[in-house]
Ligand binder design. Structure first.
Ligand SMILES: Cc1cc2nc3c(=O)[nH]c(=O)nc-3n(C[C@H](O)[C@H](O)[C@H](O)COP(=O)(O)OP(=O)(O)OC[C@H]3O[C@@H](n4cnc5c(N)ncnc54)[C@H](O)[C@@H]3O)c2cc1C
Ligand code: HEM
Length: 403
């Protein structure tokens, strides 16, 4: 454990570091890439360009500093990060350079205010936090590799089928090239791809939620094509998958990861998705249909219209055939031909209030960040306690929590 003086310095300076985490983050990545350019292959370069990942790492180190005497208090955050690290393949030997570079960046940004005493205390605190992460990640690596059908790092899968689900979403059915069994997973978890794209300077790592129920001899991911818009270029990996990857091609994936999973099998659940956020919730829906006919599921999906509505007929059929499933569809801009939807516009308080099956209901949601912020706010307005609210974010976690 750390000495009291170190703890005092760390806890009293954590708020200042948190306040400056954006600037420290920018400096951190400049320094990191000059020291270790191979990390361009590891961090998501698009997030870096958009400035949405830069503060996440530092910010969470400082937040951990505030809770340094009781890291258990931020257990859910640590679980989410360590799952991501394991999925990406972060190793213990990478921690020291990240720690040294963070301190270097703090010194550069705060100047003389960052005294040797403060830097020394944060150096010790980082070591302590890093050890906790490394230990959890070590266990995750062992569990992942040693489970039935499990593997270490990345494994080759070929595309068995490529199936169009809507104008913008395509599913990929993945089978292992080695023909051996594959690990099962919990509905809501994701696969991580390391894409080596012809013509691209770096490898690109991305996560894709498993969109079918667990227990099959294949994995399925469903990917939205991120088109160019305004000044923003087309998404690198989604366009590669949509436009270049064909049935029979090989891709590299790490084993399923993630902490966004159904917490109990008994409470009624409301699964709310916006756009491509449907994927982890569809996996949960399918799992319930296949394994737990007693659990009541309200499946609320919001999208633009029938053209962007992935799995439209499939979910409608499930709801028709299973009395424990209720499906509600909201279209923000229905086409003239659209007739089969329940609400025009966005999901609102009235709609959620009308679909509260009981007091002990659990909410799971996923979608674009503004959508998620709106849902989160509405659930708070309905006095739903946070231990009944679970969500997955398709971008760095700090974003939803900071705003
Ligand atoms: C846990 C998790 C699960 C996920 N599950 C799914 C899933 O099931 N299905 C799915 O489709 N996605 C999922 N995602 C998102 C996915 O990982 C990718 O982020 C997504 O496919 C976009 O990757 P890309 O390489 O195509 O786009 P990127 O190249 O990463 O670009 C992302 C977006 O940024 C824009 N952009 C690029 N450069 C700039 C710039 N300089 N300035 C401004 N904007 C820019 C692009 O136009 C695009 O809209 C998930 C993410 C996480 C974290
Ligand atoms: C105690 C030290 C660390 C903390 C607190 C930390 C924290 C975080 C956080 C908060 C995220 C965002 C999680 C998310 O997207 O959901 C993240 C992602 C990530 N971390 Fe760490 N991290 C640490 C160490 C490391 C190390 C040593 C590496 C090795 C290079 C690393 C590499 C990454 C990568 C590649 C991502 C994905 C981000 C992206 O590509 O956008 N982290 N980490």
């Amino acid at each position: 454990m750390l000495d009291n003086e170190t703890i005092n310095i760390v806890q009293s300076t954590a708020p200042i570091l948190k306040e400056n985490s954006k600037q420290i983050g920018q400096r951190f990545y400049q320094l990191l890439y000059s020291k270790a350019p191979e990390l361009y292959n590891v961090f998501n370069q698009t997030n870096q360009k958009k400035g949405i990942q830069q503060e996440a790492l530092g910010y969470s180190v400082y937040a951990a500093g505030e809770h340094i005497t009781n890291l258990d208090a931020i257990k859910p955050v640590i679980e989410r990060i360590t799952q991501k690290h394991r999925a990406i393949g972060i190793k213990p030997e990478q921690y020291p350079i990240v720690g040294e570079t963070l301190l270097h960046a703090v010194k550069d940004v705060l100047g003389e205010a960052a005294t040797d005493e403060i830097l020394d205390a944060w150096g010790k605190a980082y070591g302590y936090i890093a050890d906790a992460f490394i230990q959890i990640e070590k266990e995750l690596y062992q569990e992942t590799a040693h489970q039935s059908g499990g593997w270490e790092d990345y494994r080759a899968f070929y595309i068995k089928n490529k199936v169009k689900e809507s104008d913008v979403v395509t599913s990929f059915y993945l089978k292992p090239k080695d023909g051996q069994p594959i690990a099962t997973y919990k509905a809501g978890q994701y696969l991580t791809i390391k894409a080596e794209i012809p013509g691209e300077k770096y490898t690109h790592i991305r996560h894709y939620s498993l969109s079918d129920a667990p227990g099959k001899d294949y994995y399925r991911i469903s990917v939205k094509r991120e088109d160019a818009h305004g000044d923003a270029p087309a998404g690198i990996v989604s366009n590669y998958l949509h436009n270049q990857v064909q049935e029979g091609d090989t891709l590299q994936f790490s084993a399923p990861a993630g902490d966004f999973v159904l917490k109990t099998a008994k409470n009624p659940v409301v699964l709310i998705s916006g756009g491509i956020g449907i994927t982890p919730l569809l996996s949960m829906l399918n799992r319930t249909v296949e394994q737990n006919q007693n659990q009541e599921v309200t499946f609320i999906h919001a999208t633009t219209n029938s053209q962007t509505h992935a799995f439209k007929d499939y979910v409608a059929k499930l709801a028709h055939n299973n009395k424990n499933i209720k499906s509600i569809v909201c279209y923000s801009a229905p086409t003239k031909e659209d007739q089969h939807f329940d609400k025009k516009g966005f999901i609102d308080l009235e709609l959620l209030e009308a679909n509260l099956p009981s007091n002990e209901v659990d909410f799971y949601f996923c979608g674009p960040i503004p959508f998620m912020q709106a849902i989160n706010k509405m659930l708070k307005q309905l006095n739903i306690s946070s231990d009944h609210i679970y969500y997955e974010v398709f971008s760095p976690i700090a974003m939803l929590e900071n705003e």
